[in-house]
Design a binder for this molecule. Structure first.
Ligand code: NAD
Length: 443
């Protein structure tokens, strides 16, 4: 089997590589010339555990190839499917911007020569597959040719940081189709991934498109709900860690994704929640729960900063803050909409200094933040003479630092823990002032 994957970001590169891993011939296409040049040399544009080795191995076996040239990669390629995995960033009004998706659809229409299924893997609003179909039909008509094709919607549920595992052993694969022929192609493509017994769910295309937004909106809702509960716990003298265990043992609620923190970030939840609110508005409906989810999240990103200001009586000018963790979550270098950015911006605006360390996002941070902050070469260097430590991303290596060394390096022994990875009582024993989220503080 042969396929093309257009867009080699987090989703496209993982998708293409994992299909190659099970023996399918894959051409990954991107307009970014540098990215493709690097990929041809085995250099990856992103950090994702295990991906580099898998890309190099499949490239060596010539099952995985890279190209900037969509035309020659699509013409006569014998591809049974072409996946569109380009970005769908929020437009100015919050709706998903489809310009990249539709540009790729048009390009496919300009160059396809045989039947294929054109699959949207990007997260796109209900109705997009129809727009993709129309764009391709218009291009075929302009060429004066009549080539049969199908569109399908195959939203991606991988998590950055665990993307390969998620793709190779998915909880479920959702595919929206409108023809038996398309269903047959998609079933053949995904057969190797169903060994773990999880389902391949076929449905109509609008339902598949909606499923992705509903999934992300539900997950964002869980986070904002727990953050709201955490904030109230703090006011009322309850401990959200206990409450979390108490409710999580109810199978109807479940114990996953109910950890409070400093707000969700990343390239998906914020934009997908916004886009779903916007889709509803455009269709005369108000997503009231999601509007609150969004506003709770905006406030939550400021919670750590507010605690810092309260501790230092509003005067942080000239103070140095060590910040551990820049990426929006562990095991990724992705800093899009990361809570760290909000905290850093607010501290810098107050005249404070920030010295940060992240196990993999330092390059990305330098790209985004330049020299507005300092960078430690490791977590301990970031602490030298710091007035406080801010734990922002719960990387495993931050869970059990050597607190004797931490104490010696810091000017003041204060920890603001945005992810509740330390224990207030233990921190008190070690002589640290400790602030967590929704837990009893020891100050
Ligand atoms: P990304 O920004 O990392 O990558 C997008 C890639 O598309 C870039 O390399 C860009 O150069 C390329 N591109 C843009 N226009 C192109 C064109 N006309 N032709 C060829 N290449 C083009 O994006 P991503 O994080 O991989 O997300 C892609 C889509 O998947 C989005 O819709 C996103 O919402 C969705 N998604 C993302 C995740 C995630 O965890 N990142 C998970 C599930 C779904």
């Amino acid at each position: 089997m042969r396929i093309a994957v257009v867009g080699t970001g987090y989703v496209g590169l993982v998708t293409g590589t994992c299909f190659a891993e099970v023996g399918i011939d894959v051409t990954c296409i991107d307009i970014d010339i540098k990215k493709i040049e690097n990929l041809k040399k085995g250099v990856l544009p992103i950090y994702e555990p295990g991906l580099e080795e898998m890309v190099q191995r499949n490239a060596q076996k010539e099952r995985l190839t890279f190209s900037n040239d969509l035309a020659s990669s699509i013409q006569g390629c014998g591809c049974e499917a072409a996946f569109i995995a380009v970005g769908t960033p929020p437009g100015e009004d919050g709706s998903a911007d489809l310009k990249h998706v539709l540009a790729v659809a048009r390009a496919i229409g300009q160059h396809m020569t045989d039947y294929m299924v054109v699959v949207t893997k990007s997260t796109v609003p209900v109705g997009t597959a129809q727009k993709v179909r129309t764009a391709i039909e218009e291009e075929l008509a302009a060429r004066g040719v009549d080539i049969p094709f199908d569109v399908a919607s195959n939203p991606e549920f991988l998590k950055e940081g665990a993307a390969i595992e998620d793709f190779l052993k998915p909880d479920r694969i959702v595919v929206g189709v409108a023809s038996e022929r398309a269903e047959k192609v998609m079933r053949k493509l995904y057969k190797p991934f169903l060994m773990s017994g999880h389902p391949l769910i076929f449905m109509d295309i609008p339902s598949a498109e909606m499923t992705k937004y509903a999934a992300n909106a539900m997950l964002a809702t869980k986070i904002s709900f727990m953050n709201d509960i955490a904030n109230l716990c703090e006011i009322m003298g309850a401990d959200v860690n206990m409450v979390r265990k108490g409710i999580g043992s109810d199978a109807r609620i479940g114990n996953k994704f109910i950890y409070p923190g400093i707000g969700y970030g990343g390239s998906c939840f914020p934009k997908d929640v916004k886009a779903l609110i916007k889709t509803a508005e455009e269709n005369g409906y108000q997503m009231q729960v999601l509007k609150s989810v969004e506003s709770v999240n905006e406030k939550q990103k400021e919670v750590l900063f507010n605690k810092i200001m309260a501790h230092f009586s509003g005067d942080v000018a000239g103070r140095t803050f060590a910040l551990w963790g820049l990426s929006f979550k562990p095991k990724t270098d992705d800093m899009r909409e990361a809570p760290s950015l909000v905290i850093i911006e607010k501290l810098l605006a107050q005249g404070a200094k920030v010295r940060a360390y992240d196990p993999v996002a330092m390059k990305e941070a330098e790209h985004t933040l330049g020299d507005t902050i300092e960078y430690g070469k490791d977590e301990y260097e970031a602490l030298i003479d710091a007035d406080a430590l801010l734990l922002v991303t719960e990387w495993p290596e931050f869970r059990s630092p050597n607190f004797t060394v931490v104490s010696k390096l810091m000017k003041e022994k204060v920890v603001f823990d945005g992810r509740n990875i330390y224990d207030a009582a233990e921190m008190a024993e070690k002589g640290f002032a400790y602030y967590g989220i929704g837990v009893k503080q020891n100050v």
